[in-house]
Design a protein around this ligand. Structure first.
Ligand SMILES: C[S@@+](CC[C@H](N)C(=O)[O-])C[C@H]1O[C@@H](n2cnc3c(N)ncnc32)[C@H](O)[C@@H]1O
Length: 311
């Protein structure tokens, strides 16, 4: 995979997070965090800082100026993330990253070459520590899974689990999922897209940072093959209302019912760390599935999708 060029500005990362009740990993800034903070190195913890392979490039994160009149997530402040790995994770990272990982760039991914085979391909955006990714991959051994995440320790956990469990149908891209879809994924090349428990950004003034917007739906639809599936889940009631309003926003995506036993993509998701946290707080899990319409399929006849998971 291609490498990025560095500029001379400090190593920064975009602020991902959802504020006070976000289930974002420990390194995410609060939603009020708009300033860069000194990177934390903790000699006592035995952890090592985030440099070397898989580090995000220096400088302003890549951000496309879309001019289609739709809404796209606005990236918040620029802030440092701690981004530390245990020595064991670091060793696995250094050994395997070049083969199974890459960083956001303008190089279109050659999926067949990367996986060494031709097969249906699914992108998971914001995989976190990859709990569901690594649990679902063996159930989909004939599918190529591309996990996208900003948070390096999350990807490092996923990589460690992959090597421990001998799972080899996952590849990883470190970077903003919107930019990865836009710059690295060919149009109409995907069989599925997953978005599980995106950061909720609960404060009204931060809703524009939510990853699901009209433009994101259009972008996801553009990357799906006709008949391809988009599956999203949230345990945040406010985000569920937000998604309810977006359900019919993209004409090329047909909302499907839940549950949907005939789905061509696996929808059965093991409970993730974030989902568990929500369940412990008695949150309802809301599941959403869309199917990309084929050419000539008219919008307007949509299945009734229930808002809450019956599990
Ligand atoms: C609440 S966590 C959920 C993680 C995982 N999907 C799960 O269910 O356990 C949201 C994750 O999305 C990641 N994230 C936020 N914005 C992102 C973006 N624009 N692109 C890729 N990942 C993103 C965060 O770093 C975080 O790991």
């Amino acid at each position: 995979m291609g490498a990025m060029t560095n500029s001379d500005t400090p190593d920064t990362n975009i602020a991902a997070g959802g504020g006070a009740d976000s289930a974002t990993p420990e390194t995410a800034p609060t939603s009020d965090d708009t300033s860069a903070a000194a990177p934390r190195t903790d000699a006592d913890s035995g952890r090592v800082p985030d440099f070397g392979k898989g580090a995000l490039p220096y400088g302003r994160p890549m951000q496309t100026e879309f001019d289609d009149g739709l809404e796209y997530p606005r990236i918040g402040g620029v802030s440092f993330r701690r981004g530390t790995l245990t020595p064991g994770q670091s060793a696995i990272w250094d050994e395997h990253w070049d083969r199974v990982g890459t960083v956001l760039s303008d190089d279109m991914i050659d999926v067949d070459e990367w996986f060494g085979r031709t097969g249906p391909t699914i992108v998971e955006i914001g995989c976190g520590t990859g709990t569901s990714t690594v649990a679902m991959a063996p159930e989909e051994a004939d599918r190529n899974i591309i996990a996208v995440e900003l948070y390096k320790p999350g990807l490092a956990k996923l990589l460690s689990a992959m090597t421990r469990e001998g799972v080899d149908n996952i590849r990883m891209v470190r970077g903003d999922g919107v930019e990865v879809l836009q710059r690295m994924i060919a149009p109409e090349s995907l069989d599925g897209v997953r978005l599980f428990f995106p950061d909720p950004w609960p404060k009204a003034r931060h809703h524009k940072r939510r990853i699901l917007q009209t433009g994101t739906l259009r972008l996801i639809a553009s990357r799906l093959k006709p008949g391809g599936i988009f599956h999203a889940a949230t345990d945040h009631a406010g985000y569920a209302e937000w998604i309810d309003e977006l359900r019919d926003a993209e004409p090329s995506l047909e909302p499907m019912p839940w549950p949907w036993p005939e789905s061509p993509m696996l929808l059965d998701r093991p409970t993730t760390k974030f989902e568990n946290r929500g369940l412990n707080l008695d949150h309802d899990i809301h599941e959403y599935v869309w199917r990309k319409r084929g050419p000539g399929e008219a919008a307007g006849t949509t299945a009734e999708a229930p808002r809450e998971d019956a599990r």
